[in-house]
Design a protein. Structure first.
Ligand SMILES: [Zn+2]
Lengths: 258, 191
């Protein structure tokens, strides 16, 4: 029965998996250009209980960051005599991905917590607060690729919102290779189906990279291009970061003056 | 924006360039790296053209942290014969993120000899003290000043507020009389 066979074949192809990730006219599956970021929305100061907080939507990513401190270190023996202990907890909500994620910290979350902390630490004047801790909590409410970068971008704003002295903001963005083409700010689908992913975090005024990773394969030339593409993405995102701080603090001050 | 174009009152975030050290000195809220002055906080610029100094007036400040020399206030958690434990809740007038723990040793209570801590403070009292050391990850406190000591005491019999009458602390409810190392402004409500 040949007819039934063709029907079955059709059903096996998931509707949302197109054959090509990039169409002939350089348009990606979500309609973006190769060097175009996903839509970004950032808000600073969204949690009243935290000392600092921020929220980001980048494409389908929705991430909250809260900062507590500088405060007394518990357990005591972890306290550092010459600087603050910067701690970070990256966590994905059980409902953040299509298949329910166990709420217990996974190996990936533990690693990302460390990666994010190390990307943020160079920006913070931790030496001003010896024997204290600064705790960053990152909660991914919905994930769609590039959450580590969006988490760094939003956590840096939460630190600034907590009034902690900083050398610069940290902003992060990924570039990668999809269908043989270099693109910026990959979605989860592009990340999984693509050839390479290069997340990068930047202190834009100091021109210092605080995180650079690569997953997949790129030639030296492609790698350099990907890094530059990610840096351009960071600079674009930085405008949103700055605007978010401005709209909180300038709006508040003007409301007080009125 | 060229560096000399900066005016007072401009909104800046951490990392914004404010000038170079050949032009300005670095004031509060700023730091210098490789000859360039940057903001280290979210705030507004203050350009002192007379003294050639650039500062940032902060629009947000970090929560307070006790430091050696700061006057702190908090609640007495525990009292032993030689030592009292204070849960520090305020540094000056600024509140904290959670609390810090401070230790008041009997030798730092007063310039004169004190027999026992139980005549200085009791659990639950509100105290004002000065941080004199932060060795070994601990804040050591002193109340050896007339402005330092218990600012609110509670009756150990019934828990009501003690009132200061003729240099003695008397319970506002049961009339119980107790001893404390009180401040000169005891009961006036100032933290
Ligand atoms: Zn009483």
């Amino acid at each position: 029965m040949p007819k039934r066979k063709t029907e079955k074949k059709k059903l096996n192809i998931p509707q949302k998996n197109p054959e090509k990730l990039i169409a002939k006219d350089d348009v990606r599956i979500d309609g973006r250009k190769l060097d175009e970021l996903r839509p970004v929305k950032i808000e600073v100061g969204v949690l009243g209980n935290a000392d600092g907080s921020a929220y980001i939507e980048q494409g389908k990513n929705k991430i909250l960051a809260a900062v507590y401190g500088p405060k007394e270190v518990h357990p005591r023996h972890l306290a550092l005599p010459d600087r603050a202990l910067l701690r970070c907890r990256y966590h994905m909500a059980p409902f953040s991905v299509e298949e329910r994620k166990s709420p217990a910290p996974s190996r990936r979350e533990v690693e990302l917590s460390k990666v994010i902390r190390e990307a943020l630490e160079p920006s913070v004047f931790v030496e001003y607060y010896p024997r204290t801790s600064i705790d960053i909590f990152i909660e991914v409410l919905q994930a769609d690729g590039g959450t580590r970068c969006a988490a760094i971008t939003v956590a840096s704003l939460a630190l600034a919102d907590a009034g902690i002295p900083m050398r610069d903001l940290v902003v992060a963005c990924a570039a990668g290779k999809v269908d043989g083409r270099l693109v910026v700010d990959l979605t989860d689908f592009e990340d999984k189906e693509g050839e390479a992913d290069v997340p990068l975090a930047l202190m834009p005024n100091l021109n210092a990279i605080t995180l650079l990773q690569m997953d997949g394969g790129l030639t030296v030339d492609e790698f350099e291009k990907a890094v530059n593409l990610a840096i351009d993405g960071c600079r674009e995102l930085y405008k949103f970061q700055k605007e978010a701080l401005k709209s909180k603090y300038v709006a508040v001050k003007e409301a007080v003056e009125e | 924006m060229s560096r000399s174009e900066r005016k007072s009152g401009q909104f800046v975030v951490p990392g914004d360039r404010l000038g170079v050290i050949e032009e300005f000195t670095s004031g509060p809220g700023t730091y210098v790296e490789h000859g360039t002055i940057y903001s280290k906080t979210t705030g507004r610029t203050l350009m002192d053209t007379l003294n050639k100094k650039v500062s940032v007036y902060p629009l947000v400040q970090a929560v307070g942290v006790p430091r050696v020399g700061s006057v702190v206030s908090g609640q007495v958690l525990d009292v032993k014969s030689k030592v009292g434990v204070l849960r520090i809740l305020n540094v000056g007038k600024r509140s904290l993120s959670g609390f810090f723990t401070g230790i008041l040793h009997i030798s730092d209570v007063s310039p004169s000899y004190v027999e026992t801590m139980f005549s200085v403070c009791k659990t639950g009292d509100i105290m004002r003290a000065k941080v004199i050391s932060d060795k070994n990850r601990t804040f050591y406190l002193s109340t050896a000043d007339k402005n330092l000591g218990v600012i609110y005491a509670f009756c150990s019999q019934c828990g009501h507020v003690m009132l200061l009458r003729r240099q003695r602390l008397e319970c506002s409810r049961c009339g119980n009389i107790e001893e404390r190392k009180v401040t000169s402004d005891y009961g006036e409500g100032a933290m």
